[in-house]
Design a protein around this ligand. Sequence first.
Ligand SMILES: *[C@@H]1O[C@H](CO)[C@@H](O)[C@H](O)[C@H]1NC(C)=O
Ligand SMILES: *[C@@H]1O[C@H](CO)[C@@H](O)[C@H](O)[C@H]1NC(C)=O
Ligand SMILES: *[C@@H]1O[C@H](CO)[C@@H](O)[C@H](O)[C@H]1NC(C)=O
Length: 207
Amino acid sequence: MERASLQWLLSLTSLLCCTTNQASLSVSPSSSQLFEGQFVSLSCEEDDSSAGRTLRRNTTRETRTECGGKWGKSTGSMCNLSHIVPMDSGVYWCQSREGATSNSINITVTGGSVILQSPVLPVMEGDDVTLHCKTKTSNLPADFYKDGSLIRTEPAGHMTIHHVSMSDEGLYKCHSSSHGESPPSWITVTGEELTFDFTTYFIHMSI
Ligand SMILES: *[C@@H]1O[C@H](CO)[C@@H](O)[C@H](O)[C@H]1NC(C)=O
Ligand SMILES: *[C@@H]1O[C@H](CO)[C@@H](O)[C@H](O)[C@H]1NC(C)=O
Ligand SMILES: *[C@@H]1O[C@H](CO)[C@@H](O)[C@H](O)[C@H]1NC(C)=O
């Protein structure tokens, strides 16, 4: 192998090493809005160095507080909240002892009767995304709003945005004439993910 390609491969390996080592936070149920009283489980994934990894949050009342202290029950890289309340609304993330942080997740807990079920994680450009306007038990016929303007009326209670683009990023909410309005949630759109196919690389190398 030529020296230049070898160096390139080495730097590529270190790039892959450090991208995959980064923890990512996920939440179950996977919705950015939840009802008061629900059970929620947060988990730091792809966690090689689980020692010292903490789950933290900012709410209107707290800054960078850790799961297992005043809120949540912590087991390993998982954190459970057994009966969420509106004051649990905030931004959540995983953090290593060295201070490296994962992606963060916005969670809104409502004491009301309507939620907008939207993706917690950023949506990839080009993907389809479906939003649901819901009570605890069913979808609601609803009007959907983006940045304060009515975008669609959906009798079935859900709307799909096909081939999401950057311009779809914004603050969404829904309104039902019978049950009222959901809180607003931010939908983030990200550009195409940088992926690398080793097989292709090695085929090119051997040609
Ligand atoms: C949490 O709050 C602190 C202090 O306001 C801020 O510096 C930090 O960026 C916040 N973290 C996130 C993930 O929003
Ligand atoms: C958290 O919830 C998961 C299931 O979602 C369960 O397996 C785990 O034991 C729970 N941990 C605690 C500390 O309650
Ligand atoms: C959280 O919500 C705020 C606005 O309320 C937004 O600026 C921020 O980008 C959101 N973060 C994520 C990770 O969605």
